[in-house]
Design a protein around this ligand. Structure first.
Ligand SMILES: Cc1cc2nc3c(=O)[nH]c(=O)nc-3n(C[C@H](O)[C@H](O)[C@H](O)COP(=O)(O)O)c2cc1C
Length: 244
């Protein structure tokens, strides 16, 4: 058994350890509730809460965000605290660096109000990873990852030509979240134009098998989206659900 001794007993964490680095598990508290054993983790006091959270909210889509500085320097970096939150709105969040300096992406967006979200798909997953090192300002990560610029139509930042989906966005607002080491800028962007490459479209649908979107799991783990199933959403029928 893959267990740890706590003051309250031994915890079987075999399944959790598959997603979460093992060394964070012993720091958590366990509790024996009516439903059985569980970890009870308070985000305010558990130092490595980020590692736990990103191990349980999975998979996450990955925004490959291209921006341009006011001086015209192009930047590209991945962000997996990312999603669409309405039919024309995307959000992603960027941590502040240790010295509380914004990452290049966030700074460029705050200064120019424009960005492109390029969707990460399996054929460019390694290139995406290559851009994620903390390069100094002014480095064009397109060159590092050998990716090519495709011109955008409305915003200045180029699109990633190798990504089949590019979302041109204008900044709506940046919401500050957290403080100190946990400070993030939540970028809310309005979609101004969506590009979808023809070869991932089948008739009137996106062909998910051809899209091959990449998912982010915990830490350095990723997943493919090639195992899908259909579930039809039920329609409420008062005839069938009335009692008596
Ligand atoms: C798959 C992946 C997802 C990431 N998601 C985030 C994220 O959501 N927020 C964040 O602050 N950093 C995230 N990072 C780290 C940034 O990509 C990294 O700090 C990068 O150097 C920032 O570049 P920039 O300064 O050019 O914006 C992620 C890294 C990887 C590999």
């Amino acid at each position: 058994m893959n267990g740890y001794q706590h003051n309250s007993g031994t915890l079987d964490c075999q399944n959790l350890a598959a997603h979460v680095p093992e060394d964070i598990i012993p720091l958590a508290n366990k509790s024996d509730t009516s439903g059985g054993m569980e970890l009870i983790i308070d985000p305010k006091t558990f130092e490595r809460f980020n590692a736990v959270l990103t191990g349980v909210i999975v998979p996450r889509p990955i925004a490959f965000v291209s921006t341009v500085s006011p001086d015209g320097e192009v930047n590209l970096a991945p962000y997996s605290f990312f999603n669409a939150v309405s039919y024309d709105t995307v959000v992603f969040s960027s941590a502040r660096n240790v010295d509380n300096k914004s990452k290049d992406t966030l700074r460029n967006i705050e200064e120019t109000g424009e960005f492109v979200v390029n969707i990460v798909v399996d054929p460019i997953a390694e290139a995406m990873n290559a851009t994620s090192a903390e390069f100094p300002e002014g480095v064009d990560e397109f060159e590092i990852a050998r990716l090519s610029h495709a011109p955008s139509q409305i915003v200045k930042p180029p699109r990633v030509a190798e990504s089949p989906v590019n979302i041109e966005c204008k900044l709506d607002q940046v919401v500050q979240i957290g403080s100190g080491d946990h400070e993030h800028g939540l970028v809310i962007g309005k979609i101004v134009l969506l590009h979808i490459r023809d070869d991932v479209i089948d008739g009137h649908r996106i062909d998910q098998a051809k899209l091959m979107a990449t998912g982010r799991m915990a830490g350095n783990m990723y997943c493919r989206t090639n195992d899908r199933y259909e579930m039809v959403r039920p329609v409420f029928d008062p005839e069938k659900t009335q009692v008596g």
